[in-house]
Design a protein around this ligand. Sequence first.
Ligand code: C2O
Ligand code: CU
Length: 402
Amino acid sequence: MYEGQFPGPELRVQEGDVLSVELTNDLQEETTIHWHGIPVPNPVDGVPNVTQDPIAPGDTFTYTFRAEPAGTYFYHSHVGLQLDRGLLGPLIVEEREPHVEYDREYVVVLDDYLPGDPRPPSDGGRGGSGRGGGMGGGGMMGDVRPPYEGLLINGRLPENPPTFDVTEGERVRFRFVNAASATVFGVRIAGHEMTVTHTDGQPVNPVDVDSFVFGAGERYDAVVEAENPGRWFIQADALDGNEPSARAVVEYESAGGSGAPQSPSSPSNRLQYGDLRAISSLDGVSGSPDRTFDLTLSRGGGQSYTWTIDGQAYPDADPLQIRPGEHVRIRMTNQSPVVHPMHLHGHFFRVGNAIKDTVMVPGHRGRVTLDFHADNPGRWLFHCHNLYHLDAGMARVVKYVE
Ligand code: C2O
Ligand code: CU
C-alpha cells in the first residue's frame, strides 16, 4: 500500500503544476513508481533497469515532473507483481478550462483483489481449486487468471460498496480507472446514460452510451445527468472472470438512504473505439509513417509460461529502434485467443480517431494500428498491461537512437 491506504492516496494537481513525489521504500523488496499515461521525462518514468535502478529497501527516490496534459491517470509500482498487491493510486490532473460542464466529480478505481501473494502462473498461480482458476471462462481460453477473491471499486468488495451522493439536477463526472492486473471490465450505471467525455485523459467529442468495456490501464471519464432520483448501482463485470460484479451506489439526496439500489439492465448501446473522436489532434502523425513495425502478439511455445511480441519474451527481446521526430506506426496482430491491453510509455498515440495511451487488441487475430510522434527521447516500455502477460515477457523497449 502507499501511505497505508488502498487504493493509494489520490494525487490531484492542476495542469502544468510541477509535481514532486518522494518515495520511501519501506518494503522488504525493491520498488519504483510509474506515472501511467503522463508523458514524463524518461528518467522519472519508473521502469526498473530501463529508466532507473530499482529503489532498494530503505531507500528514497524523488520523482519530479510537470503534470500535463490534464486528465485522469494513475500511478503504480512497476516492479514484478507489486501492482497486484495494491501498489496503485489515482492521479488527477485538473484542466484549467474543462470542455464539459459538471457540478461534482467522483474517481472510480476498479481493481481485482488478490489477498495472497501473487505468483507467476508458471509456479502455481493456476489457482488449482475450481473457483478463480478461470480456465476456459469466457474469452480467457488458454490463459490463466489468478485466484481473485473479488472485484473492487475504490478498494471495496460488492458486499460493502462505496456510495456516491448526488443531488437531482446535477451533472456528475465519473473518472473511471481500470487499475486491475488481469481484468477487462464492462461498466454500466443503472437508470442513467453516460456521456463519455475523455479516454485515457484525453478529451473526445461527447458520446452517449449505456456501457463501455475497458482493459487494464485504460481510463474513461463520463458525465451523468442526475435526473432519475433513487438509489442505483454502478456495476462493473469481469468479462473474463466469474467473480461477482464490482459495485458502487449512486444515491440521490432525496432517496434518504432507503430502498434497495436498482441494478442496471443489459447493455444495448456499448461504446466502441470507433465512436471516439479526439477533440485535439496529435501532432506529427498525419500522412504516411517514417517507420512501421508489424508485431505479432502470441503465447510463447514450449514448457514455460511466456507471452511474446514477435516471438520474443522480454527481457530477451530486441528493442524497437526509432529516431527523434519520426512518425512511428505499430501494427499489431493478436494470434492468441485473449485480449491484450497494450500500453506505450512516454507518448500518446492515435488509434482510429482517438488519442490514447492504452488500447485493447482483441483475441483471435484482432488487429490494431497505432501511430505516435517520436517527441520524447529515451527508452520507453511498450507492453501488455495484463500484469501476468507483462511478467511473462509481453514487452519491448522502444529506444531512441540518433
Ligand atoms: Cu501502467 Cu508500464 O504501465
Ligand atoms: Cu496480454
